[in-house]
Design a protein around this ligand. Structure first.
Ligand code: S3P
Length: 169
């Protein structure tokens, strides 16, 4: 069995783009937690937050993770808050190697500033919010097996580093 490749990290750290590149290169399927939640609920993440609140979104996220963490040989693209839940982290680690895609708040801000689909960053001072959330979340992200710094790196470079790790032995 090949372990799952699980990408974790803050919004805008490049998880989705890197996941697609890895999938193409390693010929594996990508499962995105957000994508599966959107499909299951039939509405966008922003609408789920608006209609039923973050707690409900987190409940869906836990259910989706409980299901996909059991797969094998896939790439899992996790929403930025997924591993704040201890049980999610434990389940993802059972069959996966976790990669934390790290970036500074400034780089994250540059990547997300024109995007509007993330309810947690739709606020008057997104830069302050990024700094605050990232400080609180870093200890959770650092529970990953490997840290890939993505500052100033293309998705292709980040992907290459991950492939080197999963294929070494
Ligand atoms: C969230 C990150 C988002 C999405 C939701 C909450 C978070 O996913 O799951 O808006 O708590 O960091 P991305 O990290 O893919 O943007």
């Amino acid at each position: 069995m090949d372990k799952n490749i699980v990408l974790i990290g803050f919004m805008g750290s490049g998880k989705s783009v890197v996941a697609k590149r890895l999938a193409a290169q390693l010929k594996r399927k990508v499962l995105s937690t957000d994508g599966l939640i959107i499909k299951r609920e039939g509405k966008s993440i922003a609408k789920i937050f608006r209609d039923s609140g973050e707690d409900d979104f987190r409940r869906c996220e836990r259910e989706v993770i409980a299901d996909i963490a059991q797969k094998e040989n896939v790439i899992i693209d996790c929403g930025g808050g997924a591993v704040l839940d201890k049980e999610n982290l434990t389940k993802l680690k059972e069959k996966g190697i976790l990669f934390y895609l790290d970036a500074t708040p400034e780089v994250i801000y540059q990547r997300i500033k024109k995007q509007r689909h993330r309810p947690l960053l739709n606020c008057p001072n997104p830069m302050d919010r990024i700094e605050e959330l990232l400080t609180a979340r870093r200890p959770f992200y650092e529970k990953a097996d490997h840290v890939i710094n993505t500052d100033g790196k293309s998705a292709q470079q980040a992907c290459k580093e991950i492939v080197a790790i999963v294929t070494e032995k």
